[in-house]
Design a protein. Sequence first.
Length: 641
Amino acid sequence: MKTRYYIFSAALLSMMGLGLTSCDNEEFLDVDQYDNIAINAMFESDANAKKGLNGVYDMCFPNDSYDGDWGFKPNLFTGCHPTIDTQATGWDKDWNSQNWNASSSELLNGWKHVYAGICRANDYLEALANSENVSSDVKNKLTGEGRAVRGFFYHWLATTFGRVPMLATGENYSNTPQKARAETYTEMWDFIIEDFKAASELLDWQPMDGQYGRATKGMALAFLGDCYMWKAYRLTDGANGQQTDAAQAQQLYQQAATCFKQILDSNVYHLNESFTTLWDPASAWGPEAIWVEQLDEGNNWGKWDNLTSKLMLKWYTACPDNGGWGSLYLSWEWYSSYEKGDKRRAGSCYTGAVPQIDPNNPAYDPQYEGWYEPAVYGVNPYLQEVLGKGIESSQTRQFHFFNGEWAPAIWSSKMWRTASADYKSWGDGHWSPTPIYWKRLPNVMLDYAECCFRLGQDTEGWKQINTLRNRAFGKLEDGKEQALTDKYLPYYNQFADWVGREDGSTANGGLFLKTRTEYPIPFGSNGAEVADAQTYYTALKAAKGFDSPVWKVAVNEERRKEFNCEWSLRPDMQKSGYMADHVAHNYPKRDIDQSGENAPIRNIPWTVRTYDYNDMKMDMPIPQDEILKNPLCDQNPAYRQ
């Protein structure tokens, strides 16, 4: 994604998309400073045209006008919560039980936010095409970027809602206030495919002017391959699919594989040596980042008038007793899915110091015995904060009970990592550099593996999975421990100095050793053995009784381990046709009393699913506001009265 390299001042793009969703009331046109700057001024030179595109990129960030939480809500709710691997309390818990509906505010906010970006892109692309003052080379590159970003917006809509209205270049909700959804999935996905295909042909592997965050050929190809896979899913066994066409689906998987192979063969991207460092400030624009949104990048210290800072991920995802708001918990089923030695677990979460759990009891972690890990059990090792502040009466020390509702005592370290959610958090401690990965190299590797399996190229598919697993077990860190420590440790020592706790003080439950010599999760594989993926997942399929073929279990269980709390998880599992199998076997339906603090669930380390899973509901309902304002738009089948 794009950090703000310029201050965008053209009033035209500032007003594009206001008042969305569909709208035909006159207030839509009542915008201050509507005619201060003529649109042709934006295209008087190459430099102005580049700055003008910032108005489109701007919608990749949180925005007060549409959705100040974009990037967390609705993205986490639609992209992760339906898998049940991420969970919530309060009204947010409906996102774990298929109780979302057409009136869900998160869906409407996301819909408005994305269509605002699409309208901006459409107006910009139309004006750019008609410009005579922008050089052909720059025009081509900006056209590629504009279409790539528009494709990104449509991709989110299509993977969230199914068929949606498709506004083309020059169309917005001012001149096209009503429009029906695409009639077929083929029509919709072909539109999006054309955007990414054009972008992949117009863009270079390196970002224009060396500005990381601009759309590139790699970004366009990654999404293009993803789109081919989604179209194939809809043409075969996809929920709400329109027909059965296995031959065309095979062709689409081949086209997707070709896109992914170009990325893998380009040598532009490679895996970070360590999974555990991917969310560190020193990993900004790292070698596996293909499309990423950087919040509070560099020394951009957070202020309350800075929208990128107002995406308060550390509060949303932190332990409540450490200043968090309890909007995100991770499941014990997900926690127990890791094999011994897989460092992705330690690099993805921390657990509460839960006294009810005997850490040596294998019943709480059936994958292996002895799951106690001092680096992550009861402490945030990056901040050296004791979860629950070490207070004996803290509800964080309870296994499943918080604020009157049950929730797993596990929190994500991908977002609550580099800024305290408690100490100094409401003053000058607001800096929280956070990458939101939309596409990174493992997305491509696992998508490519799936395509290979579907095309009968099993050897290549298993090769991709085993390569990723080697990194997960720290094998790429071996022999590089000191170099990695020198690169990633200094930030944490500087942070401890800045926070100002003296001599390793435990004030507020913090440890804060001033000078550490080892990264919070030490580098190296420590001799861990990596089981062959095919062997391991063949055994897992038999043990859990999955209905899917072994390759599909392997690809998607690896996605669960790699992409927890990343917005691609549910879409990737859905397009693979794995969601129903996952829910049935990883979260079996149980009838257990959940009422009261002393209910039996207190001593049961698993999620209680009481609802019947409906695959049709994975296409979210079109927001009711859109249905009312745009009578040409109909509702998804699972939500029709």
